[in-house]
Design a protein around this ligand. Structure first.
Ligand code: NAD
Length: 476
């Protein structure tokens, strides 16, 4: 039975690499019913701010998978990223990016590299919640949730288990972002206990990134929040030899999207130059996902054979090492000729069973949550002394002014004269231990600011959870 899939050929090199990819998949006997949809630059310019006609959601919803070529996002403001829209709207929470080197057939400094990056795909700074709060201050919200962490981290361990991988590494920056990245690390530690046969480790992302760029062979599966995963998966793909070699899967409970990790490379478009391998390997991931693992295996092994025969597109062609420089279409034709072959030196792949996203059982967090204060963010161009005397006597119930910070650094009490201050100030009103307060009292603090005509740009209520502060102090 043919499996319905949505196909978008995108912009730039997209149509050429999609044509080569579909020819290979069809020649290998993939059972696909193709539903074409138009996305990208043309749609943005027709006035669809997301790069897609909303009617296309029906096609995406009623197909098992979406094979998508890269698109060009037009220059200028006002255009939303189509990828982010599709990932978040469809709940495609896991982005899987295998980054493997094919040494000695593709030049790389890292001959032993075989890393799978599992990138969280819906949260973090990509939730797109951003504000310009004052003329000179902008703020983006880094949102990390327990269900979001549980889904992606469980996915990473299940992926490792299914594909016989030995270790899952977590990257986070929880030494600085103790709550958001701290939650990611904590959930990683909890879930890793369910997988005693798989090694687990955690690295702070900065040294982890340095190690990944220097000695990628020490890693196996790496799971990380969205932004780190976005950046480091490009680094990882590039150091295998070419960004044109890596495919990616975006997986969720209600759909899946498969694409190359690179963009539409407009400079290479229409010249039969681009390497279709990234999209083809995304197609291989798609075949495994839709239950055609044997076809996936045949395509992947034919592709490995082609790489091994030295039939290379310009981006990986090396004089004296490669045998034949080919264009997109000729590379595709060579893969078709190699169907049924296995590589001699590179390790052949085996896909025995389909692999779909695991269902996550979410932990229910039970905790005693109490409101204990409010941080009031103030727009004030000038000095602390200009407004300090007006707010220092605000007493609502047991709420008292305890601290003022500027860009997170304490300026009162015990501020230092060297601290550089901008026009956004945070004034913390909090109760002493053994006292409570109400949401109403916190709002009365805001009203008090309003009465003396101070410009409040935002307020954040402060809570304790089982008696522990759910907010950082100025000292971190
Ligand atoms: P890019 O990845 O498109 O290209 C950068 C360079 O990498 C190219 O000039 C080319 O030299 C090389 N390259 C990339 N893919 C290749 C391939 N398959 N074969 C051979 N060489 C390849 O990055 P960019 O130039 O920064 O972005 C171009 C456009 O793509 C932008 O509009 C950007 O927004 C968009 N983009 C789209 C996606 C997507 O749709 N998933 C992802 C990233 C960028």
């Amino acid at each position: 039975m043919n499996i319905p899939i949505a196909v978008a050929e995108g912009d730039g090199i997209g149509p050429e690499i999609m044509d080569a990819t579909l020819r290979i998949l069809q020649a290998a006997g993939a059972k696909l019913e193709i539903h074409r949809i138009e996305i990208g630059e043309k749609m943005y310019l027709k006035g669809f701010p997301t790069g897609m006609d909303p009617k296309m959601w029906e096609t995406i919803r009623h197909t098992k998978a979406f094979l998508k070529a890269p698109i060009t996002t037009p220059q200028g403001g006002g255009f939303k990223s189509l990828n982010v829209t599709i990932r978040t709207t469809m709940g495609l929470y896991a982005n899987i990016r295998p980054c493997i080197s094919y040494y000695p057939f593709v030049d790389t400094k890292h001959p032993e590299m075989d890393v799978v990056i599992v990138r969280e795909n819906e949260e973090d700074l990509y939730s797109g919640i951003e504000y310009r709060q004052t003329p000179d201050v902008c703020c983006s919200l880094k949102l990390i949730t327990r269900p979001g962490c549980e889904k992606i981290i469980r996915y990473a361990f299940e992926y490792a288990k299914h594909y016989g991988r030995k270790k899952v590494t977590c990257f986070s920056k929880d030494n600085i972002m103790k709550f958001s990245d701290g939650l990611f690390h904590k959930v990683f530690d909890e879930i890793s206990e369910d997988y005693p046969d798989i090694l687990n480790e955690h690295w702070i992302v900065d040294i982890g990134a340095a190690k990944l760029a220097d000695t990628p062979e020490i890693f196996d599966v790496i799971v990380m929040p969205n932004l780190y995963g976005d950046i480091l998966s490009d680094v990882a793909a590039q150091i295998t030899g070419s960004v044109g070699l890596a495919g990616s899967a975006n997986i969720g409970d209600h759909g899946a999207m498969f694409e190359a990790i690179h963009g539409s490379a407009p400079r290479r478009a229409g010249q039969n130059l681009a390497n279709p391998s990234g999209l083809l390997l995304a197609g291989v991931q798609m075949l495994v996902h839709i239950g055609q693992p044997k076809v996936a295996e045949e395509v992947h092994n034919a592709w490995l054979s082609t790489i091994e025969q030295g039939i290379h597109t310009y981006d990986i062609f090396v004089d004296g090492k490669s045998k034949q420089k080919v264009g997109t279409a000729e590379f595709g034709a060579a893969v078709v000729r190699n169907l049924g072959k296995k590589p001699n030196e590179l390790k052949p792949v085996v896909y025995s069973t389909a692999y779909a996203a695991p269902k996550t059982k979410f932990t229910e967090t039970r905790t005693d949550r109490k409101i204990v204060g409010v941080d009031v963010f103030l727009y004030h161009k000038g000095k602390l002394e200009d407004f300090f005397s007006r707010i220092s006597h605000i007493n609502i119930g047991a709420l008292r002014l305890k601290m003022i910070t500027n860009r997170g650094t304490r300026v009162w009490p015990q501020g230092q004269p060297e601290t550089f201050c901008v026009e956004q100030w945070r004034c913390r009103f909090v109760v002493d231990a053994n006292h409570g307060c109400t949401q109403r009292e916190c709002m009365q603090v805001l009203e008090a600011f309003d009465r003396i005509q101070l410009d409040v740009v935002k307020a954040e209520f402060l809570y304790t959870f089982d008696g522990s502060a759910g907010y950082t102090s100025a000292e971190g």
